[in-house]
Design a protein around this ligand. Structure first.
Ligand SMILES: [Zn+2]
Ligand SMILES: [Zn+2]
Length: 236
């Protein structure tokens, strides 16, 4: 046996962040999303470019009147509706799975490694859990789907602050919170969440829990010290 050791370069967690949004999401709501992302990158002490593709459509987004797979926001959302068993809600798992397999993230297909954040005004649910709705979903190291739907009834400045908190929470998940090894100050509630005064708490009572988390965040910062450490650990 004369086998050369194969050296596998660790893939860097530093990647650009691609934003896409559903039609109807306002500029203010997008500003809140961007502010949330920056808040997380600040704590992580990392810099990554953010590209906002808006309501993205490739120049050849249709083919004989059909939506071309992976070539517009419209297509991702159409699939998330087709794979939903609820008329008024999109399937967040479908959306995240499609992002995971899109050609745009595969260097072999001319793509570029990146994180995805899809912002929706439609309501979401997750097929993998028994839930009435979710405000967002995230896959670690991949991206997030964030819906502003449940905060739209709030007055503008509170709505803005709650969307920032929600974005911090979902981006926290994208950047590995809460890591599987952590036993301290955690609970299992639709995934692993923090039990400290922290944006990584689980808030099933919407919007009330999130208004409370937002108040705490504005007084004490986005994350508790446990999550801060874990977040920096993701990039270490
Ligand atoms: Zn969560
Ligand atoms: Zn925490």
């Amino acid at each position: 046996m004369n086998q050369e050791p194969i050296l596998i370069e660790p893939l860097s967690p530093l990647k650009p962040i691609y934003l896409m949004s559903e039609q109807g999401v306002t500029d203010d709501q997008m500003r809140a999303i961007t502010e949330g992302i920056h808040a997380v990158l600040n704590v992580a002490q990392q810099k990554m470019p953010i590209y906002d593709f808006g309501h993205w459509r490739h120049t050849q987004w249709r083919d004989n009147g059909q939506l071309r797979p992976f070539h517009s926001v419209d297509w991702y959302l159409e699939r998330a509706q087709e794979e939903s068993d609820r008329a008024e809600q999109l399937n967040a798992d479908t959306l995240l799975n499609l992002l995971a397999m899109e050609p745009w993230r595969n260097p072999d297909e001319g793509g570029q490694r990146h994180y995805d954040v899809v912002v929706l005004q439609s309501d979401l649910y997750s097929g993998s859990d028994n839930n009435r709705f979710i405000i967002g979903g995230a896959y670690p190291d991949l991206g997030a789907a964030i819906s502003v739907n449940r905060f739209q009834g709030l007055e503008p400045s509170l709505q803005f602050d709650c969307i920032v908190t929600e974005t911090i929470h979902e981006m926290g998940h994208v950047f590995g919170l809460i890591p599987p090894g952590r036993q301290r100050n955690v609970e299992e509630s639709l995934g692993k969440h923090c039990t400290n005064v922290c944006s990584m708490r689980q808030g099933v009572n919407v919007p009330m829990d999130w208004i409370r988390f937002t108040r705490d965040r504005l007084q004490q910062g986005p994350f508790c010290t446990d999550c801060e450490q874990d977040l920096r650990g993701f990039f270490a």
